[in-house]
Design a binder for this molecule. Structure first.
Ligand code: ZN
Length: 240
């Protein structure tokens, strides 16, 4: 295999390593993002609970007023009972009293239901707040840890990136350009091995004649399907 091809293979190995560092970093970052997301969701749920409680309290106040009004009407009609003369007036007042008693009873039942709902919603909010404060503490801690881990990964990455820079300088500019373009277009894999005439980038079979050329390794060969640069290396030749 020619030197140029060997350099490309080395470059590809380094780029795979660099991509690995980048993946490690984004995985670390994702852990933090996931935790943050869970915190944001809880905050939204808490504020939703608080809003519900506010609405329930308003409703409660309205029903309390209705209840007070009905009670006042009962008292008023009861007082009037003493002054009425006819049985028809008496009957009418009795009917009103019954009607208002019914309203009082109804509103009391409604108030009970609302108070139960308020209590339930407040409990839910409190539980969520407890969870939230735990998660926030954990996130603060985890953020520090992750920052440290990322820093370490970046330090390792820097060394490898330096190696890449040196190696890239040794390559001819047009070849490097082509390699870089392929690396971007072909999700980080520009130079690939061939096994039994199959490109290990796209897993398509190449013509036998081209496979022979790839095995000889005299001239740069390009996969006819994915345009990746091809080489031929068996495990034994790698160890050699
Ligand atoms: Zn291919």
């Amino acid at each position: 295999m020619n030197d140029e091809m060997n350099q490309l293979i080395d470059l590809q190995e380094i780029d795979v390593e660099l991509a690995g560092f980048d993946r490690e970093i984004s995985e670390q970052q994702k852990e933090i993002d996931d935790r943050q997301l869970s915190i944001d969701e809880k905050k939204a749920a808490i504020s939703n609970c608080r809003e519900q409680v506010k609405e329930l309290l308003e409703k409660k106040r309205t029903i309390e007023v209705e209840n007070e009004d009905a009670s006042a009407r009962i008292k008023d009609r009861q007082n009037k009972m003493m002054q009425v003369q006819t049985s028809r007036e008496h009957q009418a007042l009795l009917k009103e009293i019954e009607e208002n008693k019914r309203l009082v009873k109804e509103s009391e039942e409604q108030l009970l239901t609302i108070m139960e709902k308020i209590e339930k919603t407040e409990t839910e909010a409190t539980e969520l707040e407890n969870l939230l404060s735990g998660e926030e503490e954990l996130l603060a801690e985890e953020t520090k840890n992750v920052a440290k881990k990322i820093k370490k990964i970046q330090n390792r990455r820097k060394k490898v990136a330096k190696k890449r820079e040196q190696l890239a300088e040794e390559l001819k500019a047009p070849l490097l350009k082509r390699y870089n373009m392929l690396l971007t277009k072909r999700s980080g894999l520009a130079v690939v091995n061939t096994v039994d005439g199959v490109c290990q980038g796209c897993f398509m079979t190449m013509p036998p004649q081209q496979y022979n050329e790839v095995r000889k390794g005299d001239k740069l060969q390009i996969c006819p399907t994915c345009q990746r640069m091809l080489y031929y290396r068996t495990e034994e030749s790698e160890e050699a």
